[in-house]
Structures are given as structure tokens and as C-alpha cells.
Design a protein around this ligand. Structure first.
Ligand code: YOG
Length: 134
């Protein structure tokens, strides 16, 4: 059975989100608000087609892609940059490389027990998030 990330997931931990936001150039006032948030992710997966909607009381962000197909990503409402993004499978991990102005930018999703993990990378910063099923 291939891995299936589908579901509604609530953030339960968020390690070094501050460092990740600083690396993205998010201003102090926005970081202050953002770090209080407990975002939810709604993931719909149909084979290699993904819909990932990250929502919060402050901003929300929708990403739709197919694994193996590069797409133009506009991080509107986040750091408002444009990048070329490509998501691939590395075994059961979903790995995204976001090529653009910021070096070493990307993220990785995987399942561990009942938890959804997300590592967010930018420059020399790594943010580790864990989500539980709602
Ligand atoms: O996830 O891209 O699941 O897109 C990253 C926030 C905070 C806004 C969230 C809103 C980066 C202000 C999306 C938080 C900080 C701070 C809820 C991560 C930027 C701005 C939307 C992401 C992938 C993988 C799918």
C-alpha cells in the first residue's frame, strides 16, 4: 500500500519556526503573530496528485501539484516570492525543492506512527513541525 497523507491535521509542535521565518525575511510584527498560530492542514491525495491547504486564523495557503511535475509557486501571503517547485518521492517521504532567490529552500513530509511530520528548510534554518489527526 502506498503512503496516503490524506486527512485533516492539527499542528502540535513547531520547532524553530522563528529561525525559518527570519531566513525568509518575515518582519518582526508578522513573526510575532505567526508564531502564535496553530495551523491546520487539509491534505487530499489521489495517487500522485496533491491538494495541501494550510489554514489559520491569520493567513491560509493552498498548494496543488503532481509529484514529478515542476510548477511555478507563488508564496502569496507567506513571503510573497516566486519559485520553481518540484515534489518527488524519496521512498515514503514527499520531498519538495523550491528553486528561487532563497538557497536550500524546500520541505519534506512523512508519516511517523499516527503523526504527520513536516520539515521546512530555508538557507541554514530547519523548522520541524508535527501534526496530529483532527
Ligand atoms: O507547507 O508551504 O505542507 O504548502 C509556512 C509559513 C503564517 C503567515 C506555512 C501563516 C512560512 C506569516 C506553509 C501560516 C512563514 C509568516 C499558515 C508551509 C511565512 C510567513 C498558512 C508550506 C507545504 C507543505 C505546502
Amino acid at each position: 500500500m502506498p503512503v496516503d497523507f490524506s486527512g485533516t491535521w492539527n499542528l502540535v509542535s513547531n520547532d524553530n519556526f522563528e529561525g525559518y521565518m527570519v531566513a525568509l525575511g518575515i518582519d518582526f510584527a508578522t513573526r510575532k503573530v505567526a508564531k502564535m498560530l496553530k495551523p491546520q492542514k487539509v491534505i487530499k491525495q489521489d495517487g500522485d496528485s496533491f491538494y495541501i491547504h494550510t489554514t489559520s486564523t491569520f493567513r491560509d495557503y493552498l498548494l496543488e501539484f503532481k509529484v514529478g511535475e515542476e510548477f511555478d509557486e507563488d508564496t502569496k501571503g507567506l513571503d510573497n516570492r516566486k519559485c520553481k517547485s518540484l515534489v518527488t518521492w524519496e521512498n515514503d517521504k514527499l520531498v519538495c525543492v523550491q528553486t528561487g532567490e532563497k538557497k536550500n529552500r524546500g520541505w519534506t513530509h512523512w508519516l511517523e506512527g499516527d503523526d504527520l511530520h513536516l520539515e521546512l528548510r530555508c538557507e541554514n534554518q530547519v523548522c520541524r513541525q508535527v501534526f496530529k489527526r483532527a
